[in-house]
Write a protein that binds this ligand. Sequence first.
Ligand code: C5P
Length: 234
Amino acid sequence: MAQLVVALDFKDAARALSMARSLKGAVSWMKVGLELFTAEGPAVVSGLKDMGFNVFLDLKFFDIPNTVQGAVRSAARLGADMVNIHALGGERMAQAAMVGCVEGVISGAKPPLILAVTMLTSMAAGDLPVDGAPAPSEMALDLAVKAKQYGLNGVVCSGLEVVDIKSACGSEYICLTPGIRPATLSGDDQRRVVTPAQAVHNGSDFLVVGRPVTGASSPRDAAVTIVEEMLSAE
Ligand code: C5P
């Protein structure tokens, strides 16, 4: 069954934890990204874990293998349930991430899933600053196939790409999809968007949703509505 992950893109832990508290029972996964982690550091991840949430630490690591190995080791030690690296970092970086994951995992705990970011869902054709670059969906598929060969658990991609990625990489290969927008809302800075129902229909395993939930007048009602739409598309 597909799961909703709420992106806690807040400037401080007080706001993020208060949002998480208001969603308790309706959502089981929270995402900590660059803004919140840069402001508050590991404590916010521990705070969410203490509240009983699964945590996706979305820091999109992209560096030399040794540095990424250490970063994933630290994320695993912190208790993150899912982390991500850029597929563009290539095979040696991906392998270093997997080593770091094993080194850092808390004894007795499940190691975090490692996903590869393919093409950001905010990017459309022409946004990649590379002459003659393939279309974003083609690029996402190529990177997903490579990340699978490296041994990673899955990818971050658009809901538009899930069908092709699953058919090339197998149904067990995880597809986590940001760029989710209920039909009534604008896409904001996102470009390759789908509705919650389309994402589930296409086979997405995790739907990441930020502003449509956290910016709603009742975030809990917005999350429940999205989960209902997801369930009806299963
Ligand atoms: O507010 P919105 O639903 O657009 O938030 C999407 C979240 O997913 C943001 O936190 C963003 O950083 C993250 N994300 C993304 N595209 C990716 C990877 C992560 O939008 N490829």
